[in-house]
Design a binder for this molecule. Structure first.
Ligand SMILES: [Zn+2]
Length: 226
């Protein structure tokens, strides 16, 4: 990997998501191993894991810039808020969620928009009235669905993001966003806004979803997440 660029993953899930098995410390160490230095933790409808993640980075002196994130379920699909200050509630109308992202000065990313299996926004994409970036490579989506996202991004001149959407350690590093070398959060977010991002990596095999289904099942009956 090149010294003059920064590698980022803007979509990942810790044990604070009911369908993820990743403990924060081990997850962060895996990102360090993969040379991905900018990470957004985007748990489902919660920011509860962020405090522990910041503390772990500090205490272990890990070379990771953590961006506060959340993957929010709206009434018509999911969106990601990056660099938010306060948790946004799930289940609100898309327009209201977008307004709250805007009010917090956060950055909006649309994950897997055409993935109808996984709460993609589909045709509701056009309802978002603020600049946003779009995942054109989600490592958990099928190739043709990523292709549709890419087509939409090109047609609408949107910034493109590649993310793992990792729920297990083995997924970390499979996809990542490359941008010019950045040392501050402001630079990273500016690089997204000014479309200086390049999507790298590939999708994971379909069976990674089996781990997520197992985890969901386990939590439903044994409540094993924090
Ligand atoms: Zn996700």
């Amino acid at each position: 990997m090149d010294e003059e660029v920064t590698y980022c993953d803007f979509h990942s899930h810790t044990i604070y998501s009911p369908d993820s098995s990743m403990k924060i410390k081990q997850m962060l160490q895996q990102y360090v191993k993969k040379n991905i230095s900018v990470l957004a933790i985007t748990d489902h409808n919660t920011t509860a894991g962020l405090k522990t993640a910041h503390k772990t980075i500090k205490e272990n002196n890990l070379p990771i810039m953590l961006i506060n994130g959340e993957e929010i379920k709206t009434n018509c699909g999911e969106v990601i808020a990056l660099d938010l200050n306060e948790e946004i509630k799930k289940g609100l109308p898309l327009e209201e969620t977008i307004n709250q992202i805007k009010e917090q000065g956060a950055t909006c990313i649309v994950p897997h928009p055409y993935d109808f299996y996984r709460k993609g926004l589909l045709w509701n994409l056009n309802k978002i009235k603020m600049p946003f970036a779009i995942e054109t490579l989600n490592a958990r989506s099928f190739g043709p669905l990523n292709y549709l996202s890419k087509k939409y991004a090109i047609q609408n001149n949107l910034a493109q993001i590649a993310s793992t959407d990792a729920h297990t350690y083995m997924e970390i590093g499979s996809a990542y966003t490359q941008m010019p070398y950045s040392t501050t959060k402001e630079e990273v977010l500016k690089n997204i806004k000014t479309k200086k991002t390049i999507c790298c990596g590939k999708t994971n095999p379909w069976w990674v979803h089996c781990f997520t289904s197992y985890r969901n099942f386990k939590n439903k009956f044994f409540k094993s997440h924090p």
